[in-house]
Design a protein around this ligand. Structure first.
Ligand SMILES: CCCCCCCCCCCCC[C@H](O)CC(=O)SCCNC(=O)CCNC(=O)[C@H](O)C(C)(C)COP(=O)(O)OP(=O)(O)OC[C@H]1O[C@@H](n2cnc3c(N)ncnc32)[C@H](O)[C@@H]1OP(=O)(O)O
Length: 268
């Protein structure tokens, strides 16, 4: 652990990860991305955590994206190696067996918005602005934005956002379906995200993990393939002790008691 961590971790059934580089609007440098990767991997494998919330420190920015100080002086091969590493970090979030909620406490630009897009879904502060300004810097989104934004809002809106660097307001992001919940006051975004995450911890952990897996497979697979995966996962769930407890609790008019977090299956 570095002397000055760029990330703080509050462990628990809902683990809170906070980006801690407020002086540079929580820009994502190598150290922070490395700490984020380690924290998400450790939390996912803990067997006790059931959800993750990621937020930024300060009240101005969730994250201003990749640390531009690390982008100078890179030759193409070094940049490619680092981009691949950075993509791997966000892919770990995007494929996490636990729900990952981004509590977007302010501006999320470039890699910061890409981090939001890698999460399961965000809760947005009313003052949040989301954008991919890379083209204005002669760059392009390199942490999955060209793929995930298109899948979230469609090619026309996504392409316009990337070509123009438009900053989407929180209300516009809600209109576009980038967040399932209406934007909240800035001082309520973390609380709201934590409450949402805590609600998810009352539901079958294996069922949550299977839904995440089935939905993620739908992003790229033909419908027929996705339906086959869904039926296999649904059959597993139906025959599971978790479903037995959930249905019994319903019949007995009591709150179900599910076991520990589902042991993460190796992603196929
Ligand atoms: C383990 C994996 C390792 C991977 C590392 C490999 C790197 C190579 C690959 C990179 C791939 C990246 C892919 C990504 O898609 C690309 C990007 O994200 S590019 C960056 C996109 N973001 C931006 O363009 C936003 C830039 N910032 C701003 O527009 C503004 O700062 C703001 C956020 C609108 C806020 O404006 P203000 O309120 O006016 O504040 P300041 O501008 O004065 O900023 C205050 C202070 O913060 C510094 N800062 C802000 N943003 C960044 C940043 N992105 N990187 C570094 N520093 C930043 C700013 O310079 C000021 O510093 P000061 O002048 O006070 O020293």
């Amino acid at each position: 652990m570095s002397a000055n961590p760029s990330l703080t971790v509050e462990d628990g059934p809902v683990t809170l990860l906070r980006l801690e580089r407020p002086d540079v609007h929580n820009a994502l440098n190598s150290d922070l991305l490395g700490e984020l990767d380690t924290a998400v991997a450790r939390t996912a494998a803990s067997g006790t955590a059931r959800a993750i919330v990621i937020t930024g420190s300060g009240d101005r920015a969730f994250s201003a994206g990749a640390d531009l100080g690390e982008l100078t002086g890179l030759d193409a091969s070094e940049a490619h190696a680092r981009l691949t590493r950075g993509q791997q970090v966000l892919n770990r979030i995007a494929t996490c067996p636990l729900p990952v909620i981004a509590a977007v406490n302010g501006t999320a630009l470039g890699g910061g918005f890409e981090l939001v897009l890698a999460a399961t879904f965000p809760v947005l502060a009313q003052n949040a602005k989301l954008g991919l300004p890379e083209a204005g810097l002669g760059l392009i989104p390199g942490y999955g934005g060209t793929q995930r934004l298109v899948r979230s809002v469609g090619p026309q809106v996504a392409t316009h956002a990337m070509l123009t660097g438009t900053r989407l307001t929180a209300d516009r992001a809600y209109e576009l379906g980038l967040t399932p919940v209406p934007p909240v006051a800035a001082d309520e975004v973390v609380t709201t995200a934590l409450e949402t995450a805590r609600d998810l911890t009352t539901r079958g952990p294996a069922a949550i993990q299977s839904i995440l897996s089935a939905v993620r497979s739908s992003a790229d697979a033909p419908t027929e393939t996705g339906l086959r995966l869904e039926s296999a996962l649904a059959a597993l769930a139906t025959g599971s002790p978790e479903a037995a407890e959930g249905i019994a609790a319903f019949r007995e008019k009591r709150t179900p008691v599910f076991g520990d977090a589902a042991q993460p299956r190796e992603e196929t």
